[in-house]
Design a protein around this ligand. Structure first.
Ligand code: MN
Length: 324
């Protein structure tokens, strides 16, 4: 069987697609179209006939695989770990868990869920290099870094590869090639590639510049910080607020992504649950759902059409994070 893979346009989505690709090829199946997708698609996604109607690529439409992205009843295969995955109540009612359809928000990464589910359900023997990939995707998607400094320094191969992922998010051809590479090569080998080394070096440089920008522009409002990054290209330094203010609980940022403005909200991963319980213990994914987005307990986002509205959403969120 030949499939098309629709996966969230981040490292976890791509890694999930790579795991799926290796599994399919071990059975003589394959993926024809690699289609990174993001939450700005949500409106079209609600259409029952989305997979037949969309214009994300030209050519034949194969059975759809959806990974690390909201549930769609048209998907032949679907794995997700986002608790906000059901966009229609009717779809949630219709959903039945089986070997190829599974939601499990207890997984830090969808890559890990996909890997475990395919092993358990099909007796699949994955290539050895996936163990390290899964471990790192739990760190990256679950924000389990050793420190905020680790995310700024970018020393480990997995983090160098993350810089490459961030640098190629608008490059469809590079994204498809990268998924193929992840399916067969260990992170250590991928990190040695000239294109990855170049982007990792650039990211380290940008991070230092970004840190300087944060020092000058980050505003602390109670338990939360706010920064407007729309005029910069520093979108990726999401833990800088905690590097500068280790005790702050939440960080809100507005960035520009393509035609959209992205309001990203995160919780400080180095603050204990106990410390958070003394303050507003917000489920960020649920909060962002009210603004047309989604996410997990500790991180979420929404996409807004104009900068003015995006800033207004950010300003509306900060008092909620402070429990006001
Ligand atoms: Mn994920």
């Amino acid at each position: 069987m030949i499939y098309d893979a629709y996966f969230h346009n981040d490292f976890d989505g791509r890694a999930s697609a790579a795991v799926m690709l290796a599994f399919l090829r071990s059975r003589g199946d394959d993926i024809e179209h690699f289609v990174p997708v993001d939450f700005n698609l949500t409106k079209q996604w609600l259409d029952e006939k989305f997979f037949a109607k969309h214009r994300l690529f030209k050519g034949r439409r194969n059975p759809a695989i959806v990974l690390d992205f909201p549930y769609h009843p048209g998907a032949a295969i679907w794995f997700d770990h986002h608790p906000t995955t059901f966009k229609k109540e009717a779809w949630q009612k219709k959903f039945k868990r089986d070997m190829f359809h599974r939601l499990d928000p207890s997984y830090l990464s969808n890559c890990h869920l996909t890997y475990t589910a395919l092993k358990e359900n099909f007796g699949w023997k994955p290539p050895a290099h996936f163990r390290e990939l899964v471990k790192w995707l739990d760190v990256i998607d679950g924000a389990r870094y050793a420190s905020a400094e680790q995310t700024i320094a970018i020393k480990e191969p997995a983090l160098e590869v993350t810089a490459y992922v961030d640098g190629t998010e608008d490059d469809l051809r590079a994204t498809a090639a990268f998924v193929e590479l992840l399916a067969t090569e260990p992170l250590g080998e991928i990190a040695k590639m000239p294109a990855v080394r170049t982007m990792a070096a650039a990211a380290r440089k940008t991070n230092l510049k970004a840190l300087a920008f944060y020092r000058n522009h980050l505003k602390v409002e109670g338990d939360a910080t706010f920064v407007d990054l729309t005029g910069t290209d520093f979108a990726t330094l999401r833990f800088a607020p905690y590097y500068l203010h280790p005790k702050v609980l939440y960080a809100v940022r507005v960035t520009k992504r393509g035609r959209f403005y992205h309001v990203g909200v995160g919780a400080n991963p180095w603050m204990t649950a106990a410390a958070r319980k003394k303050h507003a213990d917000v489920h960020i994914g649920e909060l962002m759902r009210k603004f047309g987005g989604g996410g997990h307990k500790n991180a979420g986002a929404c996409e807004i059409a104009t900068k003015r509205k995006a800033i207004a959403v950010a300003k509306a969120i900060i008092p909620v994070l402070n429990g006001d």
